[in-house]
Write a protein that binds this ligand. Sequence first.
Ligand code: GDD
Ligand code: MN
Length: 388
Amino acid sequence: VPVPMGAAIVPPLPKATEGVRPLRLSLILPTYTESENIEAIVGKLTALLDPTLPNAYELIVVDDDSPDKTWEVALALSDRYPQLRVMRRQSERGLSTAVIRGWQVARGEVLGVIDADLQHPPEVLLKMIAEIEEGADLVVASRHIEGGGVSDWSFIRRFLSRGAQVLGLILLPGVVGRVSDPMSGYFMVRRSAIAHREMNPIGYKILIEVLGRGEIGDVAEVGYVFQERSVGESKVTWRQYVDYIGHLIRLRTSRWPIVRFFCFCAVGFSGVFVDMAVLYLLSDPSTLGWGLTRSKAIAAEIAIINNFLWNDAWTFADMSQKQKGWRKRFKRLLKFNSVCLLGLVLNILLLNLLFNQFGLNRYLANLIAIAAVTLWNFWLNLKLSWRV
Ligand code: GDD
Ligand code: MN
């Protein structure tokens, strides 16, 4: 199989009319020096999947040019196993990229991965397939639920594995917290949940990337016992832990809604002009000449409505599209309005605190208060007003 280059984006399912018949499942077997395991695992998987998904699955070995020629051993097997495909990579390395590259050439509606060293018991696949059939977007084989476990791990390895999970929970609770075993390298995901999204796979933990960048609805889990390796050895070194931390940080920052925040600030800026203009029209002696307080209250309210309309149509457009209708829109406006008014009170309190208690220059104090309240407004509106 040719090695895909460039951005790691899984394409949508090829159409049947393009001459390729889509399959139900594509299972990736990443390998690095697994020549002694490859025949056994392929045999077991075939025996299991042939009756379940006859002619509707494929196994893709993605080998990183192993010195023991795992790719050659696998290629030799493909006469006997027509559903077996082999990718030999010479320019790129690493477990996570191997999985993505495999998925990029896959033809299945469901994309999966299993270790090639028999540490992931193949029988569990049938339960995973059943969960997908029942509607899950992602099904993870887990060591940490009923029926799961590790066979004979040292205290230190258990500790490191759990420590990595806790660190993930702190940095990315909404991602890592969705499964009991985020370190699992044994799972299946519906292609439609990750197609078109650019993956940035670093290190070993591809599941975290899938959870972090995919659009994953229902998640299911099935228990499994992590088996002992009978042949060969694990490729995990301290390096994988460093990569893992780098991966978490990268995913964390990429998930911050930076572009959205800039839109929000630009809209806020437009609101200043609306506020000014209305204030002029209402209170200026040359125009209506109303009282200052009354004029300002109306100007502020119109500015808030202005900001709402722009934010609804632009900053949070993707989110408002998922909740159409006038009633819902009006509800968003009410929430936005409350958050902004509360923000105004906060602004005044903060300004007083910084000026009176901390003795800051009043303009510096005001600037800090405005920045803090902008962040507050943004975050609350993101989480409350537009939350789908
Ligand atoms: N192509 C490729 N490139 N494959 C690799 C590479 C690589 O750089 N490194 C490892 N593999 C393959 C191995 O040959 C094996 O089939 C599978 O990926 C898992 O690698 P192991 O080195 O055996 O990992 P492990 O047993 O320590 O870790 C397992 O447990 C973790 C749970 O703690 C893996 O299953 C992880 O995916 C899993 O998260
Ligand atoms: Mn292993």
